[in-house]
Design a protein around this ligand. Sequence first.
Ligand code: SAH
Length: 508
Amino acid sequence: MGDKKMAAKCSLVGAGPGDLGLVTLRAKQCIEEAEVIVYDYLCNPEMLKWAPESAEKIYAGKKAGEHTLTQEGINALLVEKANEGRRVVRLKGGDPFVFGRGGEEAQALAAAGVPFEVVPGVTSAIAGPAYAGIPITHRGSNSHVTFFTGHEDPAKMESSLDFAALAQLGGTQVMLMGVERIGAISKKMLASGMRPELPVALIRWATTGRQETLVGTLSDIAQRVAATGFEAPAVAVFGDVVSLRDELNWFEQRPLAGKRVVVTRTRAQAGVLSEQLRVLGADVLELPTIRIEPPTDLRAFAELVQDAHAYDWIVFTSPNGVNSFFDLFYKLYDDAREIGAARIAAIGPATAQRVKDFRLHVDLQPDEYVAEAVVREFKKEGGVENLRILLARAEKARDVLPRELSAMGAIVDDGIAYRTVPETRDDNGARRRLSEEGADLITFTSSSTVENYMALGLPWPRGMQVASIGPVTSKTARDLGLTVNVEARRHDIPGLVEAVRKFYGTKS
Ligand code: SAH
């Protein structure tokens, strides 16, 4: 049989419990190659950014009480899309075969003769307790684990959950779904002879920046849930191992745990900042306000790029400018040497790094990451009189550079390399979360992120504070009526992250 015939047309993929780092390599590969993605409420939507832009992304819902599509509808959709000859990825929270109705979807595909594969995922049943500092097995405490669901098919007349048997079994018991029914469930467990003082932990939004854990005993957990307004989705752990959390709670103690932080860079650039904040425990909302587009007059810039070799200096002020320049450059030329003797200046380490990514040397990189510093640096080097300088900048950038360099006698071509346009999509649901849940802090990494954010006209969540990458950005924020609570001392991403960490470190 040919491999082609057997190649899966639909992949049932476990998306893991939420933390992007807990997605398998195979799952990521499936997403990268997908033509259609059907995803659930519990999948972290951030992973959709791995998909090709062209992939069709379909939200299948299934938040309790909100069924965007019925199960039959989902089954039929998978078969239909696969039969169109497209690579279909069915992304399901946790593991697809653990209380996720993945089995039914596989049956539907099998019945329709659609070749499929199953990509197991890290289930919340195991990852949830782990991130709460609860080992589900522990030598001397228990020798077996039971997984059960607290939310059975409501159509069933009789419960198949045998609480007496659960009570008999002992060990660690992990319940998925059914937190809203914890009152009835704990009552049944007590009636079946389980100890009232048995430790219980509920972990909601486990492994994400919004993880919260509630600990109690079988006799008081329902009351605690009611008192704190603790909500689904959550995993419940019943067993003596819950007490180990006192020593082993690692995840919820990180410096930014419990802080919801908004990142406003473009989707393509947000990654590094988001990742560094997440590692410190923040719940990051990636809310890009802008998207990078070619400049209005691309031809004009292309003509400057074509003459790159005729310049003494090319000055890059942002990684976007570098990308845009070299995209064009390598469309025009297939040899890096076509850049001739032009020397390169870059503002900021990220910009310099991007130049180096193209295997070119950065000849001048001021210590400070602002336009004025380049001017100073050129002065130190003996001036730029009669030198030809090409700038590769954003549309509507400040005019400090062309003005000052021209004043020093240089012949300046102000190349408009790209422009920023408002981002209006909400692919990852961050906008919805911002309006529903608010945020503690918003980060601005350039003046344009501030301007663009304010231009979106989104409501400002109560108490949301502002962190800025440096004085220029801060000034823009103040001019627009904002109060800047944190300003980075080093004006780059690690500098901003450090400032945020210190801000929260010294406050509590
Ligand atoms: N297949 C999934 C489970 C699907 S059933 C898995 O393997 O994890 C849905 C239930 O999973 C939710 O009601 C909740 O109990 C649990 N769940 C999934 N992700 C969760 C998370 N990040 N935090 C807490 N509970 C989660």
